[in-house]
Design a binder for this molecule. Structure first.
Ligand code: PMV
Length: 349
């Protein structure tokens, strides 16, 4: 009987790592554990349309549209990803798939969309499995599978399927933690962290010169790799305690050291490279001066790029906003920044 074209739709947020994942092995497994806050505003809205395939081939029939426009490059990547999933999802071969995707942030903002994008797509795929076959045992099994599939697309994406905060990697004492998928640690957050802002200062929107895939690869020969993995695992454990205690100061120390360590690893790779810009350092230095002057617990982190994330609790929201406007926006391209905060996780639309 006829299967009518149907659709599934998920909105998934991005996430910002507090302890960074940098270095991988095997089929996208992490060399160390990592922990992140899930964002609220920065998100990808993805609709997966599917129908029966006219003639069944060996690969997967998919087309990807970004903001309504067919994207050959993303289509190719998505096809390769879905074909890697064929051992888990052989039925993908029998479908004709069209994916429509939109990001909440401007395409040119220099914000990576791989975490939110792969998470949204993975959630659509698990919903598709449930619709075509049978519901998974429970919601926990649903999100675990989505996290697993998201990880195969982009490592850090596996942390985006949960609200508030998530851990990826094996952490002693953290029940269920795994290298294969992330787990939620939302229930371990002290209330102060539920109020956290993440203002993303767009220092530069130029595309990064070295992809994170290449960056992970360079870790294999990095002389600091082994001690780094030991440090990151220890810091993930400590960060979890800090998040429970509500210790905003130690949180900030770990946060900033993680950001600078990530970039130090890039600088100490061979070939060496830098993703931060002079204005990134201007922002960091000015922020540290603000902290010395006011004592407000506003700390920075960095992703694999020049943009600066400022993390702070709601209690210092007003003075921080004024400080950003008056002293940091001059370092940003077109004075652009995204005011985001810790978020509640993906939603099915
Ligand atoms: O998920 P990938 O392979 O794009 O790696 C990105 C890793 C960082 O964003 C730099 C850190 C992290 O843990 O998110």
């Amino acid at each position: 009987d006829e299967v009518r074209p149907a659709a599934l739709r998920w909105r998934s947020p991005s996430n910002i790592a507090l302890v960074k994942y940098w270095g991988k092995y095997g089929d996208q497994l992490p060399r160390n554990a990592s922990v992140s806050f899930t964002l609220q505003g920065a998100a990808t809205d993805t609709t997966l349309h599917y129908g029966p395939r006219k003639s069944v081939g060996t690969g997967v029939a998919v087309q990807l549209y970004l903001d309504g426009k067919l994207e050959p490059k993303f289509t190719e990547r998505t096809q390769a990803y879905l074909e890697r999933l064929l051992p888990v999802y052989p039925f993908l071969r029998q479908l004709e798939i069209r994916i429509d995707t939109h990001n909440s942030f401007p395409h040119s903002a220099g914000i990576a969309s791989s975490a939110s994008g792969m998470s949204a797509l993975a959630l659509c795929l698990v919903s598709l499995e449930e619709r075509l076959f049978a519901p998974l045992a429970d919601r926990a099994a649903f999100y675990q599978k989505a996290s697993y599939l998201a990880r195969l697309g982009s490592g850090s994406a596996c942390r985006s399927v949960y609200g508030s905060a998530a851990v990826w990697g094996e952490v002693p004492g953290l029940n269920g933690s795994s290298e294969e998928y992330a787990v939620s640690v939302a229930d371990q957050l002290h209330p102060v962290f539920q109020t956290y802002h993440d203002d993303i200062l767009l220092v530069s929107r130029t595309e990064k010169a070295v992809s994170s895939r290449a960056g992970h690869g360079l870790m294999e020969q990095n002389p600091y790799a082994a001690p780094r993995y030991v440090q990151a695992n220890a810091r993930t454990r400590e960060m979890l305690q800090v998040l429970q205690r509500g210790d905003t100061e130690r949180f900030g120390q770990l946060l900033e050291s993680e950001a600078l360590t990530l970039h130090a690893l890039m600088m100490s790779s061979q070939p060496s490279y830098t993703l931060i810009e002079p204005d990134t350092l201007h922002v960091i230095n000015r922020l540290r001066q603000f902290r010395t002057e006011t004592g407000h617990p506003v700390y920075f982190t960095l992703d694999a790029g020049p943009n600066v994330h400022l993390l702070y609790p709601d209690t210092v929201g007003e003075p921080t906003k004024r400080f950003i406007r008056d002293h940091l926006l001059p370092y940003c391209e077109d004075r652009m920044y995204l005011a985001d905060r810790i978020g509640s996780g993906p939603e099915q639309l």
